[in-house]
Ligand binder design. Structure first.
Ligand SMILES: [Zn+2]
Length: 437
C-alpha cells in the first residue's frame, strides 16, 4: 500500500472512532422530578418541576395535565445549548382543574444526536389529587368555661385526614389528639399572660393538601387578677445559691449578676424545655380522677404571683411564679399527683432536681427543688406513688415543693386539677358523654 492510502485509511478510522464517541457520548435521558410528585395538592401548593441532563444538556420540554379525558398543555419550551439544569413552578391557576385525581405528564429531550439525532427522551407521569376543600370541623363538646390562667377541654370531629389540628389562642397552638372512638380531644389554656379580650380560642385544621379551616367555639371566659409580691434578695440567700448557680453561668461574676442571669436567661431556657416536653405526651388521658396535692402542706406562693425582686432597697428584677410553693417538713416524701409516665427526672436550672410526669393530652406535672429522686425517665407511676423527697435545689431559699401543671408546655393553674368537681364538670363528663355517642 502506498503511504498516502495508509494515511487516508488511518484518517477514516480516526473519523469513525471520533464520530462514534460523539454519537454515543450521551445516551442518558434527562432526569425529571416533581415535588410533590404524588398525593393531594391544593391550588396553593407550589408544584416544582426540576430537570437535569449532565452530558449534552436539555433541548425540549412539554408538560401536560391530564384529568379524565381532558389534556391541558401547561408548558412547551425549548432550551438554549448548555442548559444542564432547569427548575420551574407549574401554575395550575385558570386551568379549571376539578377536585379529584389527575396526572402530570412530563416529556424532556436532550441535545444528544443519539437515536439518529432525535436525542434522548424521557417521559414520566405523576399521579396527584386536586383538593380545594378544607376539612369540616364538627364541635362535639358543649360548655367551655375558662378562668384566666386555667385549662379547658374541647372535643371535635374532622371530615378528613389532617397534618395539623388543635386550638389556637393568639400566637399559641394547643394540639388535639385522636381518641380511640375516632374523635379528637384538645386541652388548652386561657394563658395567664393575655387579656380577657384577647382570649379568642379557635379550632384549626389543615388537610394533606394544605387547605385550612378555622372554627370558633362557644365559650365563657372569666377574668382573674393575680397577686403582686415583693421579694427581698438577702446577701445570705445570694451567697448560699452562688456555688450552685455558678455552674449555669457562662462566666463567673458578682453573686447578684449570677442570680439575675439564672432568674432571666436560665428561666427562659427551662420554659423552653417544658414546652419541648409538652409535645411528648400520650394521645389518651392517663390520669385517674382528681390530682393529689402535697400532703399536709401549706401554700407559700400561688400560681401567677407577679414578683418584684429587690436588692438593697432597689428593684432589680421581676418574674411570674408559675406554680404552687407547698411547704411541709424538710425532705418530705413527694408523691406523684396522678398516674402517668415520668418524662424527666434530673437537674434543670431554676427547678433544681425535678421530676416531670406526663398524664396525656399534653397535661404534665412538675415537682421542683427536690433533694432526692426515686424515679427515672421512662418509669410508669401511679397516683400517690413516692417519686422522691423535697429539698431546696434550684431557685429556692428553703425546703419546699414547687408544684406546676402544664398544658402543652403552657403553665396552668394547678388548683383546677386538684378539684374533683371542676375536673368532673370540665373534663371527665365531657369525655364520657362524647365517648358514648
Ligand atoms: Zn415555686
Amino acid at each position: 500500500m502506498k503511504p498516502i492510502k495508509k494515511l487516508l485509511l488511518l484518517l477514516i478510522l480516526i473519523g469513525l472512532v471520533a464520530g462514534g464517541i460523539f454519537y454515543f457520548r450521551d445516551t442518558k435521558a434527562p432526569q425529571i422530578s416533581l415535588t410533590p410528585g404524588s398525593g393531594p395538592i391544593s391550588s396553593k401548593t407550589p408544584l416544582t418541576l426540576a430537570l437535569e441532563d449532565e452530558m449534552t444538556g436539555l433541548r425540549d420540554l412539554t408538560v401536560t395535565l391530564i384529568q379524565q379525558d381532558r389534556r391541558i398543555d401547561l408548558v412547551t419550551q425549548s432550551f438554549p445549548p448548555e442548559t444542564r439544569n432547569h427548575q420551574l413552578e407549574l401554575d395550575l391557576t385558570g386551568k379549571k382543574v376539578k377536585d379529584g385525581p389527575f396526572q402530570i405528564e412530563v416529556t424532556a429531550i436532550d441535545q444528544s444526536i443519539y437515536h439518529l439525532a432525535e436525542g434522548n427522551r424521557s417521559q414520566q407521569t405523576f399521579q396527584l389529587t386536586y383538593d380545594t376543600r378544607a376539612p369540616i370541623i364538627s364541635i362535639l363538646s358543649k360548655a367551655h368555661n375558662f378562668t384566666k390562667g386555667g385549662s379547658g377541654l374541647v372535643l371535635y370531629q374532622l371530615s378528613e385526614e389532617t397534618t395539623k389540628h388543635g386550638l389556637i389562642v393568639g400566637d399559641r397552638f394547643f394540639p388535639g389528639y385522636q381518641q380511640e372512638a375516632g374523635y379528637y380531644a384538645c386541652l388548652l389554656a386561657f394563658p395567664y399572660d393575655i387579656k380577657e379580650a384577647d382570649f379568642i380560642p379557635r379550632i384549626v385544621a389543615v388537610d394533606l393538601a394544605g387547605n385550612e379551616r378555622q372554627a370558633g367555639i362557644y365559650y365563657r371566659a372569666k377574668n382573674k387578677n393575680f397577686r403582686k409580691r415583693k421579694i427581698n434578695l438577702s446577701e445570705n440567700f445570694l451567697q448560699m445559691k452562688t456555688p450552685e448557680f455558678e455552674a449555669l453561668v457562662p462566666e463567673v461574676v458578682e453573686p447578684l449578676d449570677i442570680f439575675l442571669y439564672v432568674n432571666g436567661e436560665v428561666r427562659k431556657q427551662n420554659r423552653a424545655k417544658m414546652a419541648d416536653l409538652g409535645k411528648q405526651t400520650s394521645a389518651t388521658p392517663l390520669w385517674e380522677g382528681a390530682f393529689k396535692r402535697h400532703t399536709n402542706s401549706s401554700t407559700v406562693a400561688y400560681f401567677a404571683d407577679y414578683r418584684d425582686y429587690y436588692y438593697a432597697g432597689k428593684k432589680v428584677d421581676q418574674a411570674v411564679h408559675l406554680g404552687y410553693d407547698l411547704a411541709s417538713v424538710a425532705q418530705a416524701e413527694i408523691l406523684a399527683a396522678n398516674t402517668g409516665n415520668v418524662l424527666f427526672a434530673d437537674y434543670l436550672g431554676i427547678y433544681g432536681l425535678c421530676v416531670v410526669i406526663d398524664h396525656g393530652l399534653g397535661l404534665q406535672t412538675l415537682y421542683a427543688h427536690m433533694s432526692q429522686l426515686d424515679v427515672q425517665a421512662g418509669d410508669q407511676v401511679s397516683k400517690g406513688q413516692p417519686i422522691g423527697r423535697s429539698g431546696s435545689t434550684g431557685m429556692a431559699g428553703g425546703d419546699h415543693l414547687h408544684f406546676g401543671t402544664f398544658v402543652s408546655g403552657m403553665p396552668v393553674e394547678p388548683k383546677e386539677w386538684w378539684d374533683g368537681h371542676w375536673l368532673k364538670d370540665n373534663v371527665s363528663d365531657k369525655l364520657a358523654s362524647v365517648g358514648q355517642n
